[in-house]
Design a binder for this molecule. Sequence first.
Ligand code: HEM
Length: 416
Amino acid sequence: MMQQGRRWLKSKEGLMPTTVLEAEPQHVRAAPPHPDPYPWYGRLARERGFFRDDANNWWVAASAAAVREVLTSDVCLTRPMHERVPAGLRDGAAADIFSRLVRLRDDQARGPLKDVVTAAVRNIDLRQLATLTQARANELDAEIGLPFDAAKTTQFMFALPVQIVALLLGVPRERLADVMGWLGAYGAAAAATGTNIPVPTAEIIARGHQGAQALFDLLRNLKINDAERGPLLTALTNEGRRAGCDENDIVANAVGTMIQGYAAMASLIGLTLLALARRPELRAQVMADRKLLRPLIQEVCRFDPTTNSTFRFMARDGEIARHTLRQGEMIIVMLAAANRDPALNPEPDRFDIARADRKYLEFGAGPHACPADKLAPLIVEIALDHLLTRGVPFEKLEAALSYAPSGHIRTPLFNR
Ligand code: HEM
């Protein structure tokens, strides 16, 4: 089916919004890089709720009720019972890290390691975090250099948030660029072997293992050195010891704090910039009153979220949303569609930063819910405040826009 979507076309007068017919995403994993998947998401949430996609051999949870049911069900696991690590990733450092992350373990979903990671992330002092983020934003400006065009905006939005998490762990400034490269290599290998996007190649997988090994070695060395550990790694180390956690689990989950938020925080900055680029009046209000940034980011988390979906696998035969599912079957959990369910938010297609009682699933729900739902938006807010002050080329963003290939995450890039 075709749907109407808005595109910005170049004309003599500059960028003009125009209405074009846009093919709907072919399936839910093709949706995150689509220019406007939301009319389709809204229909899935309202009209289909929970259904089987026979062509792709997976189930889809799209309504708010179905998404919540899946995320809170004991029958729905983050990995298939007999494939804790994607087959293509096996035997190497990337597989080792993958298998230890609380995000992808159900034995720890309510266990001590999960509690240690959650507490360490949640207990970061948000005032210190704000000071660190502001200081690093100024340093990055100098490193990236003037003028700040669309491509440099992209560079900044990717670099700042993950570097803050790295600094909280104790990564020295001179290793930050290496760390970003290693995280990118690990992320590509994990996504390729888990979702086929990008299609896995021997080179992507080999680079993923190398990146993972380098990250693991760096964090293990930091962990054993009291003087070099940052507050996040100190909390993970001390609480991990108290709870009797495996040392390598702690190191892997320290790496995991950088993996988890890397693309998501960058994307949330980019999606908020896009929201402002498309709404000049709102932009003027936010420029004049930066306190509006917080509700603006929250509305972007609901209206145009980065985590479009996550996935679960059936531990055994069972019933979900009144359908019978078989052991091992996969469910794509459409967080972004649920946000557009009128049962979750009245008039869900209206963008309104003053919305009362806003609800969104950008940070998940249930035993695997994100522990960084305060920390990550604060970093994003300070990054945006900084970008607004130093000047974002708003009028150039739409023309430079493409979305990174991904089956789950919506990541705008301003690099064209
Ligand atoms: C805008 C940024 C972020 C977004 C949108 C986000 C979103 C999410 C979502 C949706 C989940 C649940 C996935 C699922 O249930 O399958 C999750 C889990 C998680 N996130 Fe985040 N996240 C962000 C940033 C971060 C950051 C910065 C950290 C660490 C400092 C972090 C740490 C984690 C961890 C450890 C889990 C796994 C929790 C568990 O399974 O026990 N996230 N995140």
